[in-house]
Design a protein around this ligand. Structure first.
Ligand code: FES
Length: 101
């Protein structure tokens, strides 16, 4: 399956763009010359995430995650937890979520 997340040109050079993802949301951003997409879900109790510098931070109880590795930096999310990255590919002018291809 293939699902368009957004146009590549709409992804900002810094920060992130929140896009719809099957009734939920994902953050799409650029890191290390790559486009990344991570579910907008905190690994603690499922709160939303806000982009702050190089971190995605949950305003509920302040868990934070490294946007490059996905690893939890601090806060109450489990120590080894990491962001839920989406499998993606670029095609033409768009970024797609792909599954089973
Ligand atoms: S739900 Fe995100 S830190 Fe608690």
């Amino acid at each position: 399956m293939k699902y368009e997340l957004c146009k590549i040109a709409d992804v900002p050079d810094s920060g992130s763009k929140i896009v719809p993802f099957f009734g939920r949301e994902a953050h799409v951003y650029r890191r290390g010359g790559m486009l990344r997409a991570a579910a907008n879900v905190c690994l603690h109790f499922g709160g939303p995430l806000e982009c702050r510098g190089d971190r995605l931070v949950c305003p509920w109880h302040k868990a934070s995650f490294d946007m490059t590795t996905g690893l939890r930096i601090d806060g109450p999310a489990p120590k080894e937890s990491r962001l839920m990255f989406l499998s993606t590919k670029t095609e033409g002018d768009a970024l797609f979520y792909v599954w089973g291809e």
